[in-house]
Design a protein around this ligand. Structure first.
Ligand SMILES: Nc1ncnc2c1ncn2[C@@H]1O[C@H](COP(=O)(O)OP(=O)(O)O)[C@@H](O)[C@H]1O
Ligand SMILES: [Mg+2]
Length: 609
């Protein structure tokens, strides 16, 4: 119901109804009053008529005896009539008992007629008795020759007149109601037709807009009134909104794309990238930072401050730096020690700049460089340089030491052949010769190691390279009393390698295997095979094996468990570098006391058919 009355057409209709009712009521009061006055006037005129007729002697005084004659003249039911003198004393009446008496005796209390000597005028009064009856009584002057002869009193029953008056009111009321009803109906219909369809059209379009449909517009219909203008304005507003939203969506998508591009690129960076809020909490981290710190993105961005991933000693310094940046100090890169999730510590360099939006500091963004790798590379470079100098040194050692050693060797041979040497002296000389041989071997190794590689890749049969090595070291192997078991895959594909380098790898691993063998049951298995796109060379010994602890270090340069004269700790390191250079790898399986298996895999890709 409330909803019904809230509708604009209903409100307008009700307002019109109220205005019409008020206007018609006012008009009604005015018209009813004038009608009543008109009726009263008419009655007065009618009641004055017998008096006028008597004044003109056209009506006899004794006609008052017959109410019917007067009644016909005034067209009303006459109840009483008589004639008085000027002073109010009755001198003509139908009832003789009234004669000579004063009129006042016969007037009702409500009937206020003024009868005095000077009341020479027509009077009329409408009154209602206490019993509720309506009457009109009148006193009409009877004049003759400009002389007042007396008054004619007529009393009539005005019930009919009152009824007539009520009828008029009733009729007017009914007429007004009918008019109000009909006009309201017509107006309501007209207003409804004028407003409702257009309001509905507007609200349908606005509802659709609310659900995201910005393509519909309000159709223009109806007269060219304010509504027309309003619809026009709504449509142009919808056009503007839709254009703005399209621009906004485009901008948003461009922003999203640029954000994604930034994220993808930042994830590809080798350095850690981060953003911090004003309180030092991570708001963005790239993949690399997650990998370095071992924390997930969620862990870093949802609960950690930058100080949470630094070692305690660095927290104060880093917090001070953070504060300085907030206060607008220049950016400087600082080195800190960070703590990974697993507790291990790493050296990092942080380069950050402040995030300022609308002149307000919003945080910091920057990059984190893991210095561990840099330090390792530096160390490796230093070691490579060291190795390079060892290589050069070995060449000169071989050169400088080689000739004197030959001299010493032959000197000792001469001494050995001296006739008067006792047993212990002979033993000492043999020992000297043995040491000479060892030195010669070392020099030869150094020479081989120092010799620059051809660096030229060609297609070779790996089985052939291995056979060459075995032939070369045949005597050495036999002297060592080692049983070599060969198991080559036939038709092994030829692969592209730098021959002397790969040769070096196999020799290094074979020599290690020989060194590892126990005193008896000395066996080495050499197997070749193709697996998928790899050629595998497996060198297996039944020697001492490698401890788990040493297994982590055997490929490091200068790591050796052998006595100083024998081991340089460079064999596996160099072998590793060479295989890596050939896009291959070396894998080791070893059981302490049982032996080791070294598997060298080299890619077949680009093989010669
Ligand atoms: N087949 C093997 N069996 C047992 N230990 C081995 C074997 N190969 C290598 N090792 C271990 O690896 C170390 C490093 O080898 P390498 O780099 O060739 O240096 P080196 O032979 O001069 O000691 C050796 O000292 C040895 O402890
Ligand atoms: Mg070795």
């Amino acid at each position: 119901m409330k909803k019904f009355f809230n509708q604009i057409p209903v409100k307008i209709g009700v307002s019109i109804l109220l205005i019409e009712t008020i206007l018609l009521s006012m008009m009604g009061v005015f018209y009813v009053r004038s009608f009543n006055r008109e009726i009263d006037q008419r009655v007065l005129e009618k009641l004055a008529l017998p008096g006028i007729l008597m004044s003109q002697r056209a009506l006899n005084y004794d006609s008052v005896n017959n109410h019917q004659i007067i009644g016909e003249l005034v067209h009303e039911t006459v109840l009483e009539t008589f004639i008085t003198k000027r002073n109010g004393v009755i001198f003509y009446a139908a009832d003789e008992l009234m004669l000579g008496k004063h009129i006042k005796q016969f007037l009702a209390p409500e009937e206020q007629l003024q009868i005095t000597d000077d009341s020479a005028r027509n009077q009329q009064i409408t009154f209602k008795t206490s019993e509720g009856n309506n009457f009109i009584s009148s006193l009409s002057e009877i004049r003759h020759n400009d002389k007042n002869l007396g008054f004619l009193y007529i009393k009539i029953d005005s019930t009919k007149i009152e009824q007539e008056k009520r009828h008029i009111v009733l009729l007017f009321l009914l007429g007004s109601l009918l008019t109000i009803f009909l006009t309201t109906l017509v107006e309501a219909f007209y207003i409804h037709r004028l407003f409702v369809p257009r309001i509905q059209a507007i609200s349908t379009v606005l509802k659709r807009t609310k659900t995201g449909d910005l393509t519909t517009r309000v159709s223009l219909f109806g007269p060219e009134d304010e509504f027309h203008v309003l619809i026009h304005l709504i449509n142009s507003m919808l056009n503007t909104v839709s254009e703005t939203i399209t621009t906004l969506t485009d901008t948003q998508e461009a922003l999203k794309a640029s954000g994604e591009r930034f994220r993808e690129l930042s994830d590809l960076l080798p350095e850690g990238v981060f953003e911090l809020d004003v309180n030092g909490y991570f708001t963005y981290v790239n993949l690399q930072l997650c990998e370095v710190s071992q924390y997930s993105r969620e862990e870093l961005c949802q609960k950690l401050q930058f100080t949470d991933i630094l070692i305690e000693e660095d927290i104060q310094r880093s917090s001070e730096n953070f504060k300085e940046r907030i206060e607008g100090q220049l950016n400087v890169s600082s080195e800190y020690k960070a703590r990974r999730k697993d507790g291990t510590v790493l050296q990092v360099m942080v380069n950050a700049s402040s995030i300022v939006q609308q002149d307000q500091f919003k945080g910091l963004r920057g990059i984190v460089v893991d210095l561990t790798e840099k330090n390792r590379l530096q160390k490796q470079l230093w070691q490579t340089q060291k190795m390079e100098s060892i290589g050069q040194l070995s060449a000169s050692i071989a050169h400088e030491f080689g000739n004197p050693l030959v001299g010493i060797h032959w000197l000792l041979v001469d001494i050995q052949h001296l006739p008067n040497l006792d047993e212990s002296q002979k033993q000492l000389v043999t020992l000297g010769l043995h040491e000479c041989k060892k030195l010669k071997n070392l020099i030869t190794n150094f020479q081989a190691f120092a010799k620059p590689s051809s660096d030229e890749k060609r297609y070779y049969d790996i089985n052939q390279i291995l056979d060459d090595i075995l032939l070369l070291y045949k005597k050495y192997i036999t002297d060592k009393n080692v049983d070599i078991v060969i198991n080559y895959q036939k038709n092994l594909p030829r692969i592209q390698v730098v021959k002397d380098q790969v040769h070096q790898v196999f020799v290094n691993i074979l020599m290690n295997a020989l060194d590892a063998l126990h005193a008896n049951k000395r066996k080495i298995f050499i197997t070749t095979l193709q697996r998928d796109s790899q050629v595998l060379v497996i060198i297996k010994d039944n020697g001492c094996g490698i401890t788990d602890e040493n297994l982590d270090h055997i490929f490091e340069p200068f790591f050796s468990t052998k006595p100083e004269a024998k081991g340089t700790g460079l064999g596996l390191y160099v072998s590793h570098l060479i295989t890596k250079n050939h896009n291959g790898k070396i894998q080791v399986e070893s059981t302490r006391g049982e032996g080791s298996i070294f598997t060298i895999s080299l890619p077949v890709e680009g093989l010669a058919l």
